[in-house]
Design a binder for this molecule. Structure first.
Ligand code: PGA
Length: 264
């Protein structure tokens, strides 16, 4: 059973090292009193910020992630970052397959599968992002697309390794400045589809994989989203990039999450 609220942000290609440092310092201070047995709070900043960021959150209060990773440990892969390099910094999570990686940089399910396997081999938590495009939604093939992205991306993963995986459902049409937020009901239905595929793949272990929702999460919709039975957490972009705003969202949704799970 999912007994913690998973909540985090990817700062994309925003925030310099200095920006990331002040953001993390503030977020750490603002959330210091929140029991970490109840939330898994994470931030995924730029690669250049990771070393400094790690120094700030070495107490584990905020988990740290990378926005991408190569599947090879080393080699002739100009411009790539290897798992060994990320391990050296001591980060926790590898975000894989964000919509911008898939759609701007052409990452495929096959490549993502290699990255998930490499992340697991090195002891990271892979956070696999999936989501249908607007066209796929209009063609009513969203469920099939989500199923393909999961089955291809998680191909060959053992049940015991599956325990370490997190999944984020981020409909492509819902992300970013031009995104239209998914209704809580729609998001919940698709999260249910994802949970069913995870169950088919990994049995009971699949039910323990947290499935987060992302895509235009904001202070106005976060509460309704987290109340949905199949939403285990939120993966937030713009609305979390101000530490004060992010802290407010966390405090709004945490009690709702806990009462949904009967944990309070
Ligand atoms: P957004 O970004 O919240 O700004 O839409 C979400 C994401 O890309 O993960």
């Amino acid at each position: 059973m999912i007994s913690k609220l998973y909540i985090g942000t990817n700062t994309k290609m925003y925030k310099t090292i200095a920006d990331t440092v002040s953001y993390l310092e503030e977020l750490k201070k603002l959330t210091a009193d929140i029991d970490r047995n109840l939330i898994e709070l994470f931030v995924i900043p730029s690669f250049t910020s990771l070393s400094r960021a790690k120094e700030l959150v070495s107490d584990g209060s905020i988990k740290l992630g990378a926005q991408n990773m190569c599947w090879e440990d080393q080699g002739q892969f100009t411009g790539e970052i290897s798992p060994v390099m990320l391990k050296e910094i001591g980060i926790d999570i590898i975000e894989l397959g964000h919509s911008e990686r898939r759609h701007i940089f052409g990452e495929t399910d096959e490549q993502l599968n290699k990255k998930v396997i490499a992340a697991l081999k090195h002891g990271f938590t892979p956070l696999l992002c999936i989501g249908e495009t607007l066209e796929q939604k209009q063609l009513r093939i969203s469920d099939e697309c989500l199923s393909i992205q999961l089955k291809a991306g998680l191909n060959g993963i053992s049940e015991s390794d599956a325990r370490k995986i997190w999944v984020a459902y981020e409909p492509v049409w819902a992300i970013g400045v031009n995104g239209i937020p998914a209704s809580p009901e729609y998001a919940d239905e698709k999260q249910g589809v994802i949970k069913k595929v995870l169950y088919d793949l990994f049995g009971e272990t699949g039910s323990d994989i947290p499935v987060l929702y992302g895509g235009s999460v904001n202070p106005g919709n976060a509460c309704e989203l987290i109340k949905q039975p199949n939403i285990d957490g939120l993966f937030i972009g713009r609305s979390a990039w101000d530490a004060g705003n992010f802290n407010s969202i966390i405090r709004d949704v945490l009690p709702l999450f806990l009462s949904k799970k009967n944990l309070n």
